[in-house]
Design a binder for this molecule. Sequence first.
Ligand SMILES: C[S@@+](CC[C@H](N)C(=O)[O-])C[C@H]1O[C@@H](n2cnc3c(N)ncnc32)[C@H](O)[C@@H]1O
Length: 361
Amino acid sequence: MSGKWRNAAPNENSANALATAVERDLITFPEPLPAIPEAEANSRWLMLNACPLPARLSEFIGSFLCEQGFRPQYLSLEKAGYDVVAELPSQSEGHTGALVFASRSRKANEIEFARAWEMVRPGGTIVMAGEKTAGTSSLRKWVGRRTPIAGHFSKHHAQLFWVIRTDEQWRQGQVTNLVEDFEVAPGMFSADGPDAGSELLTGFLTDKISGEVADFGAGWGYLGAKLLEISGKVTTLDSYEAHWPSLKAVETNIKRIGSDADVNFFWLDLTAEPVGKRYDWIIMNPPFHVSRASESQIGAAFIRTAQNALKPSGSLLMVANRELPYEKVISVLFSDVQTLEENEKYKVFHASRPFKKKGNT
Ligand SMILES: C[S@@+](CC[C@H](N)C(=O)[O-])C[C@H]1O[C@@H](n2cnc3c(N)ncnc32)[C@H](O)[C@@H]1O
């Protein structure tokens, strides 16, 4: 996997800077409504790329309708009591304000700002909050060229700025683009084209890969689509992905292939949620950049989930950055492990005959 991509940033610094701005009365959130009548639902603010607010702002949990498409963060918001959805209904509009947490994709931040603008009523406030490393200053300049910046504040390595929505439409640019006929959008993994590691793995996709197959961390569907093009012996292809917009793109991109295989799509955190089916093959290019967690931990968790989700005769085919130490975890979990290729950047593994725990068939 290329190092360019990161999972959505948890935005801890931004949330702390926001708390300070609220305590200094620079930003005023709406009163939390404990039981919101349908007619007043829009008096809540939207929170896009939502993250849990610091404890000192916990009284405002009920002030927000949150959108978070990355399943691990969605689950932690839900657990903390936020009203959260993976994707707001497209007709959402007329909200009194919006709080947008920046991701590391500049283009995705522009798109999210424009969405917030369209969903907030004229006179409402839109606050953008981001880590300094997320390019928040240049985003502020970009917004400031179109509408006055009402205020800004920096603290805790983060920056906030806010605007008052006017009557003008923002006019969103093109959101999705095509990469080799695949539908892709900013903020997804390898949004500019297939990852070099994934391309290497496609060299090992043959019609030996048959039966019930899963693609773990499917991104926008590159590996699964290539497999369906190469092997006519796949009866089922299940794509698992934690990032909701990517999963929607997978669905479009896989269905476009027009294969006879049964295709299914699962929005799941593969490091924390159980997989309910068992497979003949699992293919994957696991992620490894998650905020401050050790780089290989998430890939190791994917390998463990794959071991559990394979039939006793099943096989795992995976590519990984060569410096990540996966050999140990794979050899503990599978009785037969082969390195199919190793170049200066990547390694491709084939692991079969997973050791099975008692009661785990
Ligand atoms: C290295 S990318 C590979 C994407 C795609 N398979 C490809 O080859 O282009 C890893 C994918 O795993 C997804 N992912 C990250 N954390 C995840 C998790 N906890 N559960 C499921 N998928 C996750 C990411 O959103 C990303 O799309």
